[in-house]
Design a protein around this ligand. Sequence first.
Ligand code: GDP
Ligand code: MG
Length: 704
Amino acid sequence: MKFALAGNPNCGKTSFFNFVSGAHERVGNYSGVTVDAKEGTTTFEGYQLNIVDLPGTYSLSAYSPEELYVRKQLVEHTPDIILNVIDSSNLERNLYLTTQLVDMHLSIVCALNMFDETEKRGDKVDYDKLSELFGIPMIPTVFKTGRGVDDLLRMVIKLYEGNEDEESHYRHIHIYHGHEIENGISHIQKYLKTDASLRHRYSTRYLGIKLLEGDKDIEALIKTLPNATEILKARGQAAARVKEETLEDSETAIMDAKYGFIHGALKEASFETGDNKDTYLMTHYLDRAITNKYLGFPIFIAMIWLMFEVTFSLGQYPMDWIESFVGWVGEMVGSSMPEGPLKAMITDGIIGGVGSVIVFLPQILILYFFISFMEDSGYMARAAFIMDKLMHKMGLHGKSFIPLIMGFGCNVPAVMATRTIESHRSRLITMLILPLMSCSARLPIYIMVIGTFFAIQYRSLIMVSLYLIGIFLAVILSRIFASFVVKGEDTPFVMELPPYRFPTWKAIGRHTWEKGKQYLKKMGGIILVASIIVWALGYFPHNEELDNQAQQEQSYIGRIGKTIEPIFTPQGFDWKLDVGLVSGVGAKEIVASTMGVLYSNNDSFSDDQDYNDEDGKYEVLKKQMTSDLKKTYGYSDAEAASKATLTAYCFLLFVLLYFPCIATIAAIKGETGSWKWAGFAAGYTTLLAWVVSALVFQIGSLFI
Ligand code: GDP
Ligand code: MG
């Protein structure tokens, strides 16, 4: 048996999905966490249940891609039962979607979820009565703890088997929209019914309602029929009548009628909100400070600052441990293996490459811990709210803010998360500027290069400057895109402020770990492979006679690097840096692992004292990069150090801005459905990177 979860965002669908299927899908305390249909299975009392978790929507109109998506899933994949999850602490709004599901003539079971919060607040509702009025079984549940889940599943099976004992209780009802609209619907239905193939697939009542609402998607469907003109003419007549009689356009009239129905049903079910509004009292208190006109912004900045500060300072300790561990493994392998290509591959290629990236795992876990906490507690939704005004200045919406923040973690899920943005135009612009949000894959390069070239007291400043430059350019470009590139209109929409919830440690731990796991997978996959390739290109053709430096220069990678060197002379990069940049197209961590390989095991510098001197972790990298640059550009001894530092900074700027990675570009293609925008994103970022880093280098060179 197949059943699908439908409901508003943030009502607990994914919690249920995880609870029964044992999955670990993402739950979060803001709308739009689930952006794809997720499938899972479970067995219950001898039945095999296939469950599909759908994105949350407030309605099933055709305004946002999510709404269209859910509708398509419901119509084309015809689940046997729809499980409509309802946040019962917010009945009136949640039931709106239910009325639309009823229009579609589906078999529905309702879960009155968050019943714990309703009870705490002292709300009262006769849910037997309510379920009778809607013609849908309704079961109180708490998906956080699993309360009511068995009853719910039993009801789903009972409905599926069709042997309800209270026969009359669950009949299919029609939401009554008032006689003007109902007449209109029947009028359109008369013409729809003449098409037999249509009648099989859709409820004609549903199509009638949708046509009267002026739904573009359904109109397109009708236009494929032979008697399309007749049907659309009937629609026109009906809509005109409704307008005359209700003085409103039919879309608004239908919405009003639905809310009227809900209001009436709730009255009849003696719905009363309780007096002890404890659950929201806390939220209101907190919001008074957090979304305050004056306090909100400083609090937000403090949060972000705290996030990065803890990430870098606390992360330093485990990073050092992993680093010494990697060093120890390298020595063990180095001393126990015979000389030759295999040893070189393992020590220089694998340990040098993967090892130089894996040390950043703790920092990335800490960063994700903070992001998960902000999401799950409800703070992220507030952050979006606070940023709304600012985002409007960028030609965007507050809602764009959450994907942008997620972009600091990884651009790929962030591109998918733009689905919550109803306005097509804002969504596209958000996707286009997302690559400028410095994702965590770039972190290893920053830490490596900054640690090498800048004194400890300037490191945070340099790091923050990169993030800020990314954000600053995103602001500028989104304004440019909004006025010149992406044309179109905006649809206004509500920004949800879900109640604050203290997230469970289990959930946070899980979200953090899932991200960490992805990171490790990348290590074992693309980064491992890339490290070996880069090593092999540098090792072959092999000539024992030459020293390391000369060997690399005459190797394949040296030749590739030398060929592209002219492209990057305005930035003052040398061929090793260029090779790093090219390899980073697959994933940005590879830039760091490539540098790890290219600058590892250099005979002339590998005497022990270099590793041992204080704060000299990257001393090899610094010495070698400086001497390479000196050789390439003929810097004098006096200017070499400062030139190298400038080049290092420009290199970081380039890494920040250029081509995000293949996965991100593929995600943009997937979400926009066209290579045009994906190609645009890839092209403009690279051009921007080239121009900005060249400008900074050239201008900087005037002063040093
Ligand atoms: P979805 O957007 O519908 O998939 O909702 P989620 O499953 O992501 O849940 C949203 C938030 O509500 C999460 O923080 C859950 O922990 C919380 N939640 C889910 N069900 C309940 C419930 O029955 N009671 C309470 N108090 N919280 C719940
Ligand atoms: Mg969900």
